[in-house]
Design a protein around this ligand. Structure first.
Ligand code: BTN
Length: 252
């Protein structure tokens, strides 16, 4: 496989976590150009907020390392990447009822089909300073079932469409999407991607309960702001923007 934006693509059969591996490789200075680490299976896949990410064979598990000093805003990168993952799946199934649940989940109807985890760091050595962002992407593609603890909330493209998708082909499209849209993202930041998000916003107009810093807020989800924050119209009609939250429950 070849990608101009990711000149280095490394494929693995089994790893603990591509996200973890990417960090280790950056610390050891093994990564010197944009790199995609892709595994068939992860034994200790990591989700957001320290959760476990079930990564059996059949999914696409990858961490995309971009060596770019200007990519600094995690929340914005998450929205951007969600956009590209959504676009990639639509490329294969144009009529699929896909949406994006703020900040980072891609949904197929009412279940999660993909998730994104953005980590960044500065990997310093006595000689160099290498800022890097690691975009971890998990897409449930060909799995036929999930463990009982997540089967109510997770789905795969195959379960929904009864079709098998070539994982390598989907990866290729995904990496191409990143390469195509990077210059736009780097120069215009999020503005180009907000409309797209708002068109496919899973939470749009839903009554939600947000738990954050031990407080609860109830209101109607009203899209995302120019910086990628979630806009909520609270019950007292005031508008509040959330940069991050601990939990969102959909009430209606
Ligand atoms: C989420 O909680 O929604 C984020 C899930 C991110 C999973 C991907 S799979 C590839 C990469 N390696 C990991 O261990 N996690 C990310």
């Amino acid at each position: 496989m070849h990608s101009q934006f990711f000149p280095n693509i490394r494929l693995y059969r089994t790893v603990e976590s591509t996200q973890h591996l990417a960090k280790q490789m950056l610390k050891q200075w093994i990564i010197t150009e944009n790199t995609a680490l892709v595994a068939k299976r992860q034994t200790a896949g990591i989700g957001r907020r320290g959760s476990k990410w079930v990564s059996s064979p059949g999914g696409l598990w990858c961490s995309l390392v971009i060596l770019e000093p200007d990519l600094t805003d995690n929340a914005a990168i998450t929205i951007w990447a969600g956009n590209l993952v959504h676009r990639t799946i639509l490329n294969f199934f144009p009529a699929a009822p896909l949406s994006i649940k703020w900040p980072n989940d891609v949904f197929y109807s009412d279940k999660k089909v993909a998730g994104i985890l953005v980590t960044q760091g500065n990997y310093n050595s006595p000689h160099k300073n290498q800022p890097a962002v690691i975009i971890g992407i998990g897409i449930n593609i060909n799995q036929k079932k999930f463990p009982p603890e997540i089967s109510e909330v997770a789905t795969s493209i195959r379960i929904e469409t009864s079709k098998r998708t070539k994982i390598g082909k989907l990866l290729h499209v995904l990496l191409t999407e990143f390469g195509k849209s990077y210059p736009l993202y780097a120069s215009k930041k999020l503005s180009m991607f907000i409309d797209y998000f708002n068109t496919y916003d899973y939470l749009r107009s839903r009554l939600i309960r947000i738990s954050h810093n031990k407080r609860e807020y109830i209101g109607r989800a009203s899209g995302i702001s120019d910086s990628g924050s979630l806009i909520v119209q609270l019950s007292d009609n005031t508008i509040r923007e959330f940069v991050s939250v601990d939990k969102i429950d959909i009430l209606h």
